[in-house]
Design a protein around this ligand. Sequence first.
Ligand SMILES: [Zn+2]
Length: 88
Amino acid sequence: MRKPTKKQSIESYSRQKARQKIKARLNAELPRWIVVHHIDENPLNNDINNLKLMGNPKHISYHLKGKIHPERTLKTVEKLLSLYNSSL
Ligand SMILES: [Zn+2]
């Protein structure tokens, strides 16, 4: 097993923090398949304006440049997104 680098552990800690920030903001649990995406792709920038909720498949497809089309989950994600956006 590969030992995580220091950079990776800082990043995953920061991602946890981002998730907590969104949960506190929504006052709700985030399902596992909801990912907190960093708009500028810098996982250390947890400014609320840099965070966006994405369904996991959509998130993966974003990073794979649209190779996956997870139509089924989009409606649910959009509901959460509108909840999120209206709480800003
Ligand atoms: Zn992302």
